[in-house]
Design a protein around this ligand. Structure first.
Ligand code: BTN
Length: 322
């Protein structure tokens, strides 16, 4: 573990208490002046750490934790996802970067996070509004040992994971819209973009791009967006620490991903169905073709089933639902 991560974990394990420079230096096997240098650089990354002569260091309580890879790592409890973090104050798109890293053989679980995106991309060539300082923009590299026909489950398990994570911070009305929107009180709070490289019989890698409106002030958002989108903060009234949200999301994502690999898509499909209120309701799906009728939910591969006017059940695999 890198020394700064160890130091921050050490200080957090002793809240409100002074930890002597000697204790840190002994535990890490580094000199006291090296401890001091690391503390100085931790302060620069946004931590408020007080130094008390002859007593040592203490992390100041009540501070809002910084949003950086160190803070995420210090609270992360996963085996694979987020073990390697590429963090950028600003980048074109975290998914474009993750695709590049995956092509260069980056290991499964590598994540890209940015504080802001200049070219955040959504589904169907849309733009994903990505202002700095408020939201979570992250892309995760997965290498599932499955054929491409089974990969739809990755989007569904990501949606379930995001929904659970949002629910952990604001226990309100959370639902899913096929295939990949997470709604809070009926408005979109997060979107998922799954991109893939595959052969006929196997997936080389998938990049799961997730954008979550965490602390966005919706009053400042463009009116068109305000009509259809929300943020956790709009519902909750107070800010959510983004590092804590990210680490919860990676935990849930890893949990569902492992289940998918071990047990197949069915547990994911069942969890997704429980969060989907659209079954039995009128639906219109616009894609390459248009399907209109009564929604019958999703099949075991994640495709949307629509019974049209003639009673024929259409199986829809892509498009935009109204
Ligand atoms: C959608 O609902 O249309 C999907 C939106 C996905 C946005 C995220 S933000 C992080 C990652 N990087 C991108 O450029 N897009 C995804």
């Amino acid at each position: 573990m890198e020394p700064e991560l160890e130091i921050i974990k050490f200080l957090k394990a002793n809240p409100g208490r002074c930890v002597s420079g000697q204790a840190i230096s002994r535990s890490l096997g580094i000199s006291r002046s090296a401890v001091w240098k690391h503390i100085t650089s931790l302060r620069k990354t946004g931590y408020r750490i007080e130094g008390y002569p002859k007593k040592g260091y203490a992390i100041v309580g009540g501070q809002s934790p910084p949003f950086n890879p160190l803070e995420i790592s210090s609270i992360l409890s996963t085996d694979i996802i987020g073990k390697k973090i590429h963090f950028f104050p600003s980048i074109g798109s975290t998914s474009a970067k993750a695709m590049e890293l995956a092509r260069g053989n980056a290991p499964e679980g590598t994540v890209v996070i940015a504080d802001a995106q200049e070219k955040g991309r959504g589904r169907l060539e849309r733009v994903w509004l990505s202002p700095a300082g408020v939201n979570l923009y992250t892309s995760i590299i997965l290498r599932p040992p499955v054929p491409p026909q089974k990969a739809m489950a990755l989007t569904l398990l990501s949606a379930v994971s995001v929904a659970e994570s949002v629910g952990a911070f604001v226990p309100a009305d959370i639902s899913l819209k096929w295939p990949n929107d997470v709604l809070l009180a009926g408005k979109k709070v997060a979107g998922i973009l799954t991109e893939m490289s595959s052969e006929v019989d196997r997936v080389n890698f998938a990049v799961i791009g997730i954008g979550v409106n965490v602390n966005m002030d919706m009053a400042k958002a463009p009116p068109d967006l305000r009509r259809i989108a929300t943020s956790i903060m709009e519902k909750k009234g107070v800010e959510t620490p983004r590092a804590a949200f990210a680490s919860t999301l990676y935990y849930n994502l890893e949990k569902w991903y492992k289940r998918f690999i071990e047990e197949g898509a069915l547990p994911v499909i069942s969890a997704w169905r429980r969060l989907f209120p659209g079954e039995g309701k009128p639906v219109r799906v616009r894609g390459i073709t248009e399907s209109c009728g009564i929604c019958l939910g999703i099949d075991n591969d994640g495709a949307l089933l629509v019974r049209n006017k003639s009673g024929v059940v259409e199986r829809v695999t892509s498009g935009d639902v109204e």
